[in-house]
Design a protein around this ligand. Structure first.
Ligand code: AMP
Ligand code: GLY
Length: 428
């Protein structure tokens, strides 16, 4: 089988790593891929949003299955384009991907089908949004309707902050057209978790729970990032909360979509807030999480191709998941300055010394043999999030100890990471 994986992050490296283990796979391409991916797959320089270019490539190379990493191509309709050309691709259609592409669509669907989520109001008028700030309590959350690279949700603590944020979204248009309509939402407290499932539109197969760490600094302080680390399972998601998430949230939304005439296939990811007995949806995503995937897939013993193929053939009910009881912890190493401006081109040292962890590359570039620098480093940094290091352990504590021991062997100039990934899970 020939597989194409679209994307260039740690999540995509993890997908390529897992797919490469399948008995059915003999060749993987990745568009555009990254330094680490290039060791397992042939990287081709096509942008994830060049949907026609990707479909042309898949047709020409006779790709048997395409797997999409990030939301942008899904929301833009890559699945519809591939399917119209008779190409197999794993993911929801454009109409299904709207669940992530429009927060208003997702929230209204949740309201209609009784899926627990924070109370909210929708605005397309700047004046009305400003006036609404008189009526609500602070903090509250302002959300741009459309895709904003994960930065479109902002917690505001006062009327003044609310006014200035609404101004930025709706008048200055810092998120472009994505912020023309906004949601003002009640602030929820508790602990966040990620429930990621595979579905063929009928069967929901939840993968183990996980928890991301979005803020840049230890103790969940500082600005939000793409994710500084993740671990799985998340003990906060006990059996009762897991079952509730499966039955009331995931099955509820898939059923709701079906009633709207949308057969949803692919990954459905619920970002939830847990507060005592309450589990409420913060957002739905229509793809694997990053970096959750780097903590979840290493625990999966099944052949991933079998799961993806069963989804496309509407026989997901036949699959039984085989999950290792071990815990996995993934710590993300970033460039100095991230999530703001950062430098690139720093040599990455020590990867050859890693013995007991998985190394998933995000922003790295393979150095050509002619350019090999004096220190003989094979990879240089090429992004904000550079590497994700995942270790497995018989307990969460062991996995944490192991991952940090391995990270001590890695170095690049300006390397930053959180020291407390997974620690929240020890306190549950
Ligand atoms: P979203 O873009 O909806 O996934 O939100 C991004 C992040 O903003 C979430 O992971 C939460 O940390 C935070 N957030 C979103 N909605 C709420 C809410 N209603 N209450 C508290 N925090 C929220
Ligand atoms: N880890 C958050 C996300 O993938 O959206």
């Amino acid at each position: 089988m020939k597989i194409l994986v679209i994307g260039s992050g740690g999540r995509e490296h993890c997908l390529v790593w897992k797919l490469a283990q399948s008995r059915e796979v003999n060749k993987i391409f990745s568009a555009p891929g990254n330094g680490g991916i290039s060791e397992l797959a042939e990287c081709v320089d096509i942008s994830p949003t060049d949907i026609k270019g990707l479909a042309d490539f898949a047709k020409q190379k006779e790709i048997d299955l395409t797997v999409v990493g990030s939301e942008d191509p899904l929301v833009a309709g890559i699945v519809d384009e591939f399917e119209s050309r008779g190409l197999k691709i794993f993911g929801p259609s454009k109409r299904g991907a709207k669940l992530e592409g429009s927060k208003i669509f997702a929230k209204e669907l949740m309201r209609k089908y009784g899926i627990p989520t924070a109370d909210f109001a929708v605005f397309d008028s700047f004046k009305k949004a400003i006036a609404y700030l008189q009526e609500i309590e602070f903090p509250c959350v302002l959300k741009a309707d459309g895709l904003a690279g994960g930065k479109g949700s902002i917690v505001v603590h006062s009327k003044e902050e609310g006014e200035s944020t609404i101004n930025k979204m709706m008048i200055e248009k810092i998120f472009g057209a994505a912020g023309e309509k906004i949601i003002i939402e009640k602030f929820l407290t508790g602990q966040e978790a990620s429930i990621i499932a595979v579905t063929d539109g009928k069967t929901i197969l939840p993968l183990p729970s996980s928890q991301d760490h979005k803020q840049i600094y230890d103790g969940d302080r500082g600005p939000n990032t793409g994710g500084m680390g993740a671990y799985s399972p998340a003990p906060i998601v006990d059996k009762q909360r897991f079952d509730f998430s499966k039955e009331k949230i995931l099955e509820g939304i898939i059923r709701g979509l079906r009633e709207e005439g949308i057969i949803y296939k692919g990954i459905i990811y619920a970002g939830v807030m847990i507060n005592k007995e309450e589990v409420k949806v913060l957002e739905f995503n229509v793809r694997f999480g990053d970096p959750e995937t780097q903590a979840v897939l290493p625990r999966l013993n099944n052949d991933l191709v079998e799961i993806l193929s069963a989804t496309l053939d509407n026989r997901l009910e036949e699959i039984e998941l085989d999950i290792t009881p071990q815990s996995a912890v993934c710590v993300v190493l970033t460039s100095r300055g991230y999530p703001g401006k950062y430098e690139r081109g720093k040599g990455v040292f020590g990867l050859d010394k890693i013995e007991d962890a998985l190394v998933f590359h995000a922003g790295t570039r393979l150095v050509g043999s002619r350019q090999l620098a004096a220190g003989n480093e094979k990879f240089v940094t090429n992004g904000g999030r550079v590497l994700g290091i995942t270790a497995l352990g018989d307990s969460l504590g062991q996995a944490i100890d192991k991952v940090y021991r391995e990270i001590d062997k890695i170095h690049f100039e300006g390397m930053q990471y959180r020291r407390d990934i997974g620690k929240k899970g020890l306190r549950v």
